[in-house]
Design a protein around this ligand. Structure first.
Ligand SMILES: [Zn+2]
Length: 82
């Protein structure tokens, strides 16, 4: 699993951090939590597979999303994979 490799890489870079909360860069900008200004996030992948998505023709709703969760307050960023 690619995500497992990514996580082990994060652990290697930050052996003291458990769970791995890392700085995240998106579109050339460092991600900063809009709620608490924290800059460390842990990541998870979510399948945007919602019931009724096909009925409403929401093709984006069946895509994978990457969540970056603020390690301080729990605010969740959502990034849809293209
Ligand atoms: Zn936060």
């Amino acid at each position: 699993m690619a995500i497992a490799i990514l996580w082990s890489a994060c652990r290697t870079m930050n052996p003291m951090t458990t769970p791995p909360a890392v700085e995240v860069t998106r579109a050339g900008k460092k991600l900063v939590c809009p709620v608490c200004n924290h800059d460390r996030f842990w990541a998870r992948q979510t399948l945007m597979n919602t019931r009724g998505a096909t009925f409403f023709n929401l093709d984006w709703a069946n895509k994978k999303a990457t969540n970056h969760v603020c390690d301080s307050c729990g605010y969740v960023f959502w990034f849809l994979e293209k």
